[in-house]
Every structure is written in structure tokens, then in C-alpha cells.
Design a protein around this ligand. Structure first.
Ligand code: MN3
Length: 201
């Protein structure tokens, strides 16, 4: 996010109902306009008393925990992580008829080399996302050595500082699917592939 304090909620790059039937408009409204918005709000509130941090972009703030004031470190990392993760998640979704939903080119070849096939990546990713205990995220990431891996993140942790580059992000907090799928996380994970997009490497 190329923003500094005060941060604003990025608009969805597609209409609220554009991801149906995988993700219904009602879920998108709550998730984007309430949950994501409240992370932006609490991030700004945590930064407000510290003018020395106001000129720094989100990534810089999260990458340098030691620079943050002791009294606000936890609040800034949690709320900023929520802003960062949701920004990546929503930007990584697209209507079924737009964006790359089946990886091709270099990434397609890397997936075949690392997982055997796209179907096997999906199975492994789903298994990992089902194993998230409590709240968190599942991410397909490029490791520093160029290897692909699937990583679960707890709460609003991020991959910043790790050297891993996130490629595909899935929110597995219950608020991401409960309205539509209730406890059926596996069904949400099965449906989300039709709207998840892959970058061109
Ligand atoms: Mn969420």
C-alpha cells in the first residue's frame, strides 16, 4: 500500500457481488466495510500519538518492530498486519471471468515442479488451510531460494521480514466465510479457487 498516516480503506477493485457464487455480496460488505475498515481505523488510532511514524508506509512500519514505541508496538503490529493482509487478500480476488485463476507460464511450471500439478497444489493448500487452528491465513509464497511453499499465518502475522514473497492469500478467519458457509470451511476453500488470482511471474 503506497499510503502513509492517516491510512484510508482501499475501495474494492470489483463490485461487491462480483465474486458470487463463491463469495456472496453480504459477506463482502461485512468483510470489507466492517472488518477491514476497523483494522484501518484501529491502525490510525494506534499511530495517532506518534508523529514520528506518520511519514512511514505500512510495510516500513511492520518491517521494523524495534523502531516502534514499546507502548504501542503490539497494537501497531496487530492492526497494521490486519490492514496489510486484507489489502493483499482483496486485491488477489477477481470475478471468475477476469484475472488469472489457473496459473500458467513460469508460475504454472513451478507449481508442476513443486507440487506435481495445480490440482495437487489445491489439495495441499486446502489441507493446510483446514489445519489453521483459531484465526489465520494460508499463503502460497515464494521462498528466498526460489522454492514455492504453503505457509499458515496466525492471527494478523505477515510474511514481511521473512524474505518470503506472498503470491496467493486466503483469509481463514471465520468472518471470511461464516455468514455464507457457517462451519463448512472446506466448502469455502473449495469454492474460492474460482475467484483467487495468480500473479504472472
Ligand atoms: Mn478477514
Amino acid at each position: 500500500m503506497q499510503q502513509t498516516y492517516p491510512f484510508t480503506l482501499p475501495a474494492l477493485p470489483y463490485p461487491y457481488d462480483a465474486l458470487e457464487p463463491a463469495i456472496h455480496a453480504e459477506t463482502m460488505h461485512f468483510h470489507h466495510d466492517k472488518h477491514f475498515a476497523s483494522y484501518v481505523e484501529s491502525f490510525n488510532a494506534a499511530l495517532k500519538p506518534y508523529p514520528q511514524l506518520h511519514g512511514l508506509p505500512l510495510e516500513t512500519l511492520l518491517e521494523n518492530p524495534a523502531r516502534l514505541p514499546d507502548s504501542a508496538r503490539c497494537a501497531i503490529l496487530r492492526s497494521g498486519g490486519g490492514v496489510y493482509n486484507h489489502a493483499l487478500f482483496f486485491a488477489g480476488l477477481a470475478p471468475a471471468d477476469k484475472g488469472i485463476h489457473v496459473p500458467s507460464g513460469k508460475l504454472g511450471r513451478m507449481i508442476a515442479a513443486s507440487f506435481g500439478s495445480f490440482e495437487q497444489l489445491k489439495a495441499r493448500f486446502t489441507q493446510s488451510a483446514l489445519s489453521v487452528f483459531g484465526s489465520g491465513w494460508t499463503v502460497l509464497a515464494l521462498a528466498p531460494g526460489g522454492r514455492l511453499c504453503i505457509i499458515n499465518l496466525k492471527n494478523q502475522d505477515t510474511l514481511l521480514c521473512t524474505g518470503y514473497r506472498p503470491l496467493v492469500y486466503v483469509d481463514v478467519w471465520e468472518h471470511a466465510y461464516y455468514l455464507q458457509y457457517q462451519n463448512r470451511r472446506a466448502e469455502y476453500l473449495d469454492q474460492i479457487w474460482s475467484v483467487l488470482t495468480f500473479p504472472q511471474l
